[in-house]
Design a protein around this ligand. Structure first.
Ligand SMILES: NC(=O)c1ccc[n+]([C@@H]2O[C@H](COP(=O)([O-])OP(=O)(O)OC[C@H]3O[C@@H](n4cnc5c(N)ncnc54)[C@H](OP(=O)(O)O)[C@@H]3O)[C@@H](O)[C@H]2O)c1
Length: 213
């Protein structure tokens, strides 16, 4: 697959490296692509650094959102004509200290952060994944053959669901489907499975326990 990474730091940088290792084509982007040279060198062939505009113009199969949450509005607006019906995997989290008032509003709203992203990227098919795992575990625990850590994910439709599941499995993590975007409250900051790195059975038990209260 061709994957456009929007925001190439702890999360986007490491996920992109893993996907490239798994054989995918990766476009790393940020506001300063000229600073992404060493990342591209490390990630190897099949990767390059581009501007955010170029990433969207490249018509990727899927885009990973891995920049600060506060950038969502502008990116969704600026590239509305470019992302069309592609799949967006949202790894962002609203942090008011970093992202300001709009993040607090989303935290206080009666919708989940993933639903906010889906509203903004209206025509795209949005999935939520990789937002609950600690960056260090994402970096160090990929490609395990046993005792795999599990990435919980949610998706808006069948296509975003199957692509996201595939991209989790391709880099040696297990996956747990949480449901539609309306089920992702438990994945948001400070909620039940946020920051939890677990194997599948334990994670599923934890998810199930949140549903029988
Ligand atoms: N760190 C974690 O443990 C963790 C875990 C799960 C999820 N997350 C979430 O994932 C997202 C990224 O976190 P991170 O830790 O990877 O952050 P990070 O290391 O600071 O990386 C952020 C990346 O986004 C780029 N960026 C910033 N503003 C941008 C914009 N307006 N447009 C395009 N790119 C932009 C930055 O580069 P430039 O400044 O050069 O543009 C940088 O490449 C956040 O929403 C965070 O809450 C973090």
């Amino acid at each position: 697959m061709k994957i456009g990474v929007i925001g190439s730091g702890n999360i986007g940088g490491n996920l992109g490296k893993h996907w490239a290792k798994a054989g995918h084509e990766v476009l790393f982007s940020s506001r300063h692509p000229e600073e992404l040279g060493s990342l591209v060198q490390e990630a190897g062939e099949n990767t390059k650094a581009v501007s955010v505009t170029e990433a969207f113009e490249a018509d990727a199969d899927v885009y990973l959102l891995a920049m600060p949450f506060k950038a969502i509005n502008k990116i969704a607006e600026l590239y509305a004509g470019e992302y069309g019906n592609t799949v967006i995997i949202d790894a962002t989290n609203p942090y008011p200290q970093r992202d300001g008032e709009m993040a607090q509003e989303v935290r206080d709203a009666n919708y989940n952060a993933s639903e906010y992203t889906a509203m903004k990227f209206s025509t795209a098919k949005t999935a939520k994944a990789f937002n609950t795992i600690k960056a260090k575990h994402l970096r160090d625990q990929a490609f395990r053959n046993s005792e795999k850590l599990t990435i919980p994910f949610a998706a808006q439709d069948e296509e975003s669901k199957s692509i996201t599941r595939q991209l989790i499995e391709d880099i040696g993590f297990d996956n747990l489907y949480i449901g539609s975007l309306s089920d992702t409250r438990i994945m948001d900051p400070e909620q039940a499975i946020y920051g939890k790195s677990m194997e599948r059975t334990a994670l599923k038990e934890l998810v199930d326990s949140t549903r029988i209260r």
